[in-house]
Design a binder for this molecule. Structure first.
Ligand code: GDG
Length: 489
């Protein structure tokens, strides 16, 4: 079992490495102001960071182009235990290009976009080179800050080369890697040009973590089929070396949501929202505006529901927070136009001067308001076409103590394997099925809602972010102890 004490009685140091630091930096006058930034990874890791002497390594979210500014920002970030990786001119091709243009669609079972061989900045090869270069830049920053005995926990598909680079630098570094997105079937993964090199790189880690057994299973069978290596119950065996593969479903910090709902600010917002939507049922959606979240299909299902159930028109409203994301990737800009078109059509068809069926917001809301929305919603509608976990569904459950609303949840989100017993599971591609589930959720008797809520609440409360982090660190610790014993034999 992991202890928090290092060799000299000091707390064990942990370097959490992710593409983005958990803060957003903004220049105000001479100084930098820092603000906690929303996002799944940040929410998940909030629980873990308190237990160990943790430092975060990642891109600070802003372009800083002179050394004096970089030094000033690094100094401010150091106060909140963050170490920046300035990616400069590599950023666009690494992040918008390889990470979000190529890896993200493949990991989510979508097609590889068309390569433009005439635009040398946009070939797969140039973007892949930028990706490797960016991973090296992360390594350089880690090396500058590394102390003997530190654990390095790498996060997500942005950093698939980092385990290999870290082990080449020092084979004794304890390296964990966790994938926040799904891992696809080998049939989809094999369409990726650089498929083998990426797999071999992450296999250099000591422990690989996935949200679900399905994703871990896909990963192992992909290694078997593409690399010809052996997969066992423990993990993947390559040339006698075992890389442990295990499942760690992420959670949230439920108390943070429960507490916030009871604060005066949220209480007032809850009352205002209740008044605003008096006499109506509220269906809520909270998603980044990302093709994987299935927002167009959600709107089509809601349109079908209104079409087929005229008695519900003007009695139900769909509030959708569509947080802007990855605006520099062309697919995301097209998606925005598409959903705006659908909102216009549906509101035009079913709205009146005093009532609109869809309230679509192209922005994020502050944390208190988010909790208030979760608390007043009658139905939470999650229709991801594929999603690693989907923390929004957990957060909704945490805020529903009073209302005991219904979670309609995509069977293709990792969360379906955790909250499936209490939620109404739907195939997000089937607009008719989602439309029927909306109706079922709206008319569900109080007793059944209560029963389903209890099951889900218990899960959300027990399987918290803290448990996720503790479990990962504990298995990583065991894995290291086992390999040290093997070395001594
Ligand atoms: C990735 C994977 C996996 C959203 N809107 C607002 C806001 N948020 C916060 C939510 C939630 C987070 O963002 C979104 O988390 P999800 O898990 O739903 O989705 P991704 O961002 O895609 O996260 C996902 C996750 O990583 C963790 O491993 O579950 O599958 O894709 O925490 O609360 N926060 C605020 N205002 C908003 O408007 N304050």
């Amino acid at each position: 079992m992991m202890t928090n004490d290092g060799a000299c009685g000091q707390r064990q140091r942990l370097l959490v490495v992710a593409n983005r630091l958990p803060v957003s930096a903004k220049k105000t006058g001479e100084n930098w102001s820092l603000k906690m930034s929303p996002g799944g990874l940040v929410s998940g890791l909030l629980g873990v960071t308190a237990q160990l002497d943790t430092k975060w390594v990642g891109w600070p979210g802003v372009d800083v182009n002179n050394e004096v500014e970089k030094a000033a920002l690094s100094k401010s970030l150091a106060e909140v235990k963050c170490i920046p990786v300035f990616l400069d001119e590599v950023f666009d091709q690494y992040y918008n290009g390889y990470c979000n243009g190529i890896l993200w669609p493949i990991l989510h079972h979508m097609e590889l976009p068309q390569e433009d061989p005439h635009d040398t900045n946009k070939t797969f090869q140039t973007q892949y080179d930028a990706y490797k270069k960016a991973n090296r830049m992360f390594l350089d920053v880690i090396v500058e800050n590394y102390e003997e005995g530190d654990i390095v926990w790498c996060h997500d598909y942005h950093l698939m080369f980092l385990p290999k680079y870290l082990k080449e630098y020092n084979n004794n570094i304890k390296v964990g890697w966790f994938l926040h997105s799904p891992f696809p079937s080998s049939e989809v993964y094999k369409t990726l040009p650089s498929r083998s090199e990426l797999l071999r790189s992450i296999l250099r880690a000591d422990l690989l973590g996935f949200h679900t057994y399905d994703f871990a299973g896909h990963f192992k069978s992909t290694c078997t089929r593409i690399l010809g290596v052996e997969a066992t119950h423990e993990g993947v065996v390559d040339q006698g070396r075992v890389t442990r593969v295990a499942v760690f479903p992420i959670g949230i910090d439920p108390d943070r949501f429960i507490r916030t709902c009871k604060l005066p600010e949220a209480t007032q917002q809850i009352n205002e929202l209740k008044e605003r939507f008096a006499g109506k049922k509220v269906i809520l959606g909270v998603d980044r505006l990302d093709p994987i979240k299935g927002i167009p299909k959600k709107y089509l299902a809601f349109e079908k529901f209104l079409e087929e159930n005229p008695n519900w028109r003007h009695k139900v409203v769909l509030v959708q927070i569509a947080v802007p994301t990855r605006n520099d990737v062309p697919e995301y800009r097209k998606l925005k136009d598409q959903v705006h078109g659908l909102v216009g059509r549906i509101n035009g068809r079913f709205g009146s001067v005093s009532s609109l069926p869809i309230h679509h917001l192209d922005c994020s809301v502050d944390f208190s308001y988010l909790c208030a929305l979760y608390a007043i919603a009658d139905v939470m509608l999650v229709t991801s076409l594929r999603d690693g976990m989907n923390l929004v569904s957990f957060e909704f459950v945490a805020c529903q103590e009073a209302k005991k609303g219904v979670l309609v949840l995509s069977e293709s989100a990792g969360a379906a394997q955790s909250l499936g017993a209490g939620a109404l599971l739907v195939n997000p591609w089937n607009v008719t099925e989602v439309s029927s589930a909306i109706k079922e959720a709206l008319i569900m008797p109080a007793e059944e809602r209560e029963k389903r809520y209890r099951v889900n609440f218990q899960y959300v409360y027990i399987h918290s972010a803290k448990k996720w982090g503790d479990d990962f660190m504990s298995v990583l610790d065991d894995t290291m102890a086992e390999s040290e014993m093997q070395l001594r034999k």
